[in-house]
Design a protein around this ligand. Structure first.
Ligand code: AIR
Ligand code: ASP
Length: 334
């Protein structure tokens, strides 16, 4: 079966390939299907859900394990070594989830910068990012901003909905810093006249180049309607995050987010995906301008773990004495 048969017909117009007869849509011809239901886009990765899943399996089967009827829909704990790994990125791993349509997002301790030319393992970073990202995504869900997040499972992992990642990094900037400051010769720390949204094509081989809406629609990475949805989400996330951090004495300079298509039967909506953490935001102390984000690693400032811990503490996530280091999977009850 065509691996992209889940894409609705309307998206077909944005591409130019020939399709298998049963295929309702497709993505760029450069896609590679790995036979596991996963599509790799220029080194990146998307998962596709079946458009028309077979009839739901019976809730219980006549099969018995030790005399107990087996309930196939009940989530089970699967040891990490036995989980099917779907995708491994620079800072996270995605595993198959306990139920169809779910994945487990595992936060690693790896820090990378400049397209992974710089790499270091920072013990405990994954634990902090898991907690901070959980906090942000849970609050986004609570205020009605749709995300892929379901719940945190343990120190390093969260249960998420499986989405088809749109191959764009969406950057929102409030203050000039980083590549914008360099590119346009604006002094770092200059307040921008208004928030600016930029798009970068997620492609390591090309170094995530900045792209315009023209490129996005011409090459079929997203439709005009999807771009509108992504921008509306980005503005809401920026408003929420700016207020959240301002409340704890932190300036949100800029951040990067990713979006995915979430399929519910025949319906699709765009949701916030990936992570939002000090790895993907620039966070400066409001008074001292001290950097509390991944620039500590990028710019060899040291003290990354302390900075991330400070963010977590200010948000009230980590207790004063709670160590950031995870000892292994600990299931959260309830
Ligand atoms: N970002 C971009 N690619 C990966 C990440 N994490 C984030 C940075 C920064 C924002 O996007 O962490 O918050 C803008 O980055 P830059 O380098 O374009 O100035
Ligand atoms: N994480 C990306 C990389 O490895 C970009 C960055 O955060 O600087 O290059």
């Amino acid at each position: 079966m065509c691996p992209v048969s889940c894409i609705p017909a309307r998206n077909r117009q944005i591409n130019n390939c020939n399709l298998a007869p049963d295929c309702l849509g497709l993505v760029d011809c450069a896609l590679q299907y790995d036979g596991l239901g996963s599509i790799h886009v220029g080194g990146q990765h998307s998962r596709f859900l079946s458009r028309a899943p077979a009839a739901a399996p019976p809730r219980t089967s006549t099969l018995r394990s030790h005399g107990i009827p087996m309930d196939f829909l009940k989530p089970r704990y699967i040891p990490m070594s036995r989980r099917r790994r779907i995708y491994e990125g620079k800072a996270k791993v995605l595993y198959e989830g306990p139920e169809p349509g779910t994945l487990i997002q595992h936060f690693k301790d790896d820090a990378t910068a400049f397209n992974a030319k710089k790499h270091q393992v920072i013990d405990g970073k994954g634990v902090l990012n898991n907690r901070i990202s959980e906090y942000v995504f849970q609050h986004l869900n609570d205020i009605g901003v749709p995300t892929h997040f379901i719940r945190r499972l343990n120190m390093r992992e969260q249960l998420i909905r499986e989405v088809e990642i749109i191959p764009l990094e969406v950057v929102v900037r409030n203050t000039a810093a980083g590549s914008l400051a360099q590119r346009l010769g604006i002094e770092e720390g200059t307040q921008l006249p208004r928030s600016i949204i930029e798009f970068y094509y997620k492609n390591d081989a090309l170094n995530d180049p900045m792209v315009s809406e023209e490129h996005i629609t011409a090459f079929g990475w997203a439709t005009p309607q999807e771009i509108d949805d992504v921008m509306a989400l980005a503005i809401r996330v920026n408003d929420f995050l700016s207020g959240l951090f301002l409340g704890v004495g932190i300036r949100l300079v800029d951040f990067k987010m990713e979006c995915g298509r979430l399929w519910e039967n025949e319906m699709m909506r765009i949701v916030v995906a990936d992570e939002i953490s000090p790895d993907s935001c620039r966070l400066w102390d409001i008074k001292s301008n001290e950097k509390l984000d991944k620039d500590r690693f990028r710019r060899d400032l040291g003290g990354l773990l302390e900075a991330y811990t400070e963010v977590a503490k200010r948000l009230g996530i980590m207790g004063e004495n709670e160590p950031p280091r995870g000892t292994g999977p600990v299931l959260v009850k309830g």
